[in-house]
Design a binder for this molecule. Structure first.
Ligand code: SAM
Length: 275
């Protein structure tokens, strides 16, 4: 099995749309009147969820009508946010056939299918013509990709000069073994967490200027503390990322929080501009 197959298998669920719809109903949501906000607890598959997406958008500067590429869009939560709140036209790409189907189905359910669509494919071989987009972003995907120079070269190819590229990934802060499983990988064979300095070097080599870097460790620890306070010892509510992460969700989250708390890794934003 190659890395991309292992990554797709790691994220495979089997009945994700049905599981999400059942949970929405259990949370009292009317399936005929769903909004992107209703979906946010379950479709923003990165540290801090919707809060992190909003904070990222403030740095990234989306504009109405902007054609954005969402690399590794997962269930499409961020794509629907940029379409709904900023009027962007978002194309997602993802390795997981199930995520692609769920992204498109959820976009249709909230009436955003004209502004959000997702295709099956690899970030390392983007199925798009040069300069197809005005901007691109990637949330919690680089941890699954070893060849980041190929990744950044592909992103650069589909952007015009001055096109914006934003990254929100879990990055390495210090050496040391990570605990597995984590939300993005079952084991070390499909986890390629790199430090921000490596990202910067590879981005610059691919033709990007790095404008901003923001370590989000304190934000992450605050979000985790709030999650614990809200749960108050009880398990997760009906709607949440545990639905997406499967039976060992609690272990994946615990391992990731442990490694963030220990100072080994931290979610980090990089905002770049194509030269
Ligand atoms: C942790 S999830 C994040 C999903 C989404 N970006 C979000 O924040 O909600 C990582 C996603 O990256 C996708 N992915 C990983 N490697 C990829 C690759 N080489 N090409 C395309 N998608 C990839 C996975 O299939 C998965 O959907």
């Amino acid at each position: 099995m190659n890395v991309e197959q292992a990554v797709a298998l790691h994220y495979a669920h089997g009945s994700l749309e049905e599981t999400i719809m059942d949970a929405l109903a259990a949370a009292g949501k009317d399936p005929g009147r769903l909004t992107p906000r209703d979906l946010a607890p379950v479709d923003e598959f990165h540290v801090g969820g919707r809060l992190a997406t909003v904070a990222f958008a403030e740095q990234f500067g989306p504009r109405p009508g902007m054609r954005l590429l969402d690399i590794g869009c997962g269930l499409g939560g961020a794509a629907r946010y940029f379409a709904q709140e900023h009027g962007c036209l978002v194309t997602g790409i993802d390795l997981s056939p199930e995520y692609v189907n769920v992204t498109n189905a959820l976009a249709a359910r909230v009436g955003l299918d004209e502004r959000v669509s997702c295709e099956l494919g690899s970030a390392l071989a983007l199925p798009f013509e040069p300069e197809s987009f005005d901007g691109a972003y990637m949330f919690h995907v680089g941890m699954n990709i070893e060849n980041k120079s190929k990744l950044f070269a592909e992103v650069r190819r589909v952007l015009p000069p001055s096109g914006m590229f934003g990254i929100y990934d879990v990055m390495r802060l210090a050496a040391g073994d990570l605990s597995f499983p984590v939300p993005w990988a079952s084991g070390p064979e499909s986890s390629f967490v790199a430090d921000a300095a490596s990202y910067r070097r590879l981005l610059e080599a691919a033709g990007f200027e790095v404008l901003k870097e923001r370590n989000r460790r304190d934000f992450a620890l605050e979000v985790f503390a709030q999650m614990r306070a809200r749960a108050g010892g009880a398990g997760p509510g009906p709607l949440g990322l545990h639905l997406v992460m499967g039976a060992n969700a609690a272990q994946k989250i615990k391992n990731m929080i442990g490694d963030i708390s220990a100072g080994l890794i931290a979610p980090t934003e990089l905002i770049c501009r194509a030269a």
